[in-house]
Design a protein around this ligand. Sequence first.
Ligand SMILES: NC(=O)c1ccc[n+]([C@@H]2O[C@H](COP(=O)([O-])OP(=O)(O)OC[C@H]3O[C@@H](n4cnc5c(N)ncnc54)[C@H](O)[C@@H]3O)[C@@H](O)[C@H]2O)c1
Length: 443
Amino acid sequence: MLKNLWEKIDEKKAKIAIIGAGYVGLPLAIAFIDEGFRVFIIDINKDKISKILAGESYIEDVAPEQLKDAVEKGLLTPTTDYCVLKDADVAIITVPTPVTRYREPNLSYIKEAANGIAQHLHSPMLVSLESTTYPGTTEELLLPLFQSKGLEVGKDFFLVFSPERINPGDKEHPLKKITKIVGGITSNCTEIGCHLYEQIIEQVVPVSNARTAEMVKLFENAYRYINIAFANEMAIVCRKLGIDIWEVIEGAKTKPFGFQVFYPGPGVGGHCIPVDPHYLRWRLREVGHNELLLEIADTINMGMPHYIVDLAADILNEAGKPLNDSKILILGVTYKKDISDIRESPALRLIEQLMEKKAIVYYHDPYKPELAPTDFPSSKNSNISLKSIPLNEETLRQMDLVILATDHSCFNYQWIADNCQLILDTKNAFKNVNNSDAKIIKL
Ligand SMILES: NC(=O)c1ccc[n+]([C@@H]2O[C@H](COP(=O)([O-])OP(=O)(O)OC[C@H]3O[C@@H](n4cnc5c(N)ncnc54)[C@H](O)[C@@H]3O)[C@@H](O)[C@H]2O)c1
């Protein structure tokens, strides 16, 4: 069975089914298609399926022409129907793994996807879970479900965890250049899993088992979360000491070893960095370990929007204005630059908290024309609904304060600074601005 599937993959005859057509799933589908594979992409969101069929891309890293071409040539079949799995040799799960409102793992999407696969599991079939999750998920959740279908793992079907590590919008690190980690339930599973990913990725690294692969991903993202918290705390400390944190970081960066750069900001956003540590914390609590470092990091990072609001109040106060009734423009609301993803974006918390203090808040973001009440973290109690306002001289001049929350590359920082009075720059994005009329205060 292993040999059959191996050869099918070698000859690019293996049919790949990807479950979840999002930031991870859609670029992955294109990567397999580019290497000559046929791909089914399954999503419960009918709107996304219709868009793919129409060649409309909703992910920055996938060009509409790529989708159109793939659909027209019959290489990409978008569908909401799990029945296509009957014809698939490989199923890759790329569904969301958010946290509940109590910040605990929400595995409902993985469970739904796994149930869908279980109904069509056949021999030989390779299943890879790519969604980020706590160590043990593949072995404890997926394996028993698949085994209950009477098939033997490592012989009839193969099961691996292979964390997705893409960085949406990052042109320097395309998918094929990001080393892939693969950990299988058995050694056969790991081998065939590596063989699959070697078709699309330059370097594939096997690890001992699925748990280790799951932990690799959480370790990476927890490391990032903790180091960002350190940068954030140092930004607060440096302000108190009258030192420019950005200059300190530039200095520290010159060390050729033992230092990796992380930057402060208005908080931490995205579907991964602020979310994944909670998967780890939940698992650690289960084994009776009190994870102090992650808890402190969370307190610092989640407190950053509040810190920025306090800073805004101080800056306005200096200018003789109260926060109440001041016109504030938030520049950039997505969780990072040059993409449209607003999940967990700290800018949203910033807007909410400024509004709570009765500031009049506007925003401008070319990547996000509208913000609906459900986009906001406390959407249950909120009726905030905003439209991105045009960025022109008149708008800028009317603002009491401009807060740069997301440093999109398309912003003309010199022009912005030339046309407003007061700027709070949480990203050091205005560093190259010269002789502007605006007073620029950096985080
Ligand atoms: N976005 C990133 O930068 C990134 C990077 C690395 C890893 N990850 C991880 O990858 C996983 C997916 O993240 P994403 O950003 O692509 O999420 P996403 O929300 O962009 O995409 C997930 C898709 O899955 C679909 N879906 C949900 N339940 C489904 C089901 N039962 N059957 C079929 N489709 C279903 C959703 O409709 C959605 O289109 C998460 O675990 C995330 O932590 C994300």
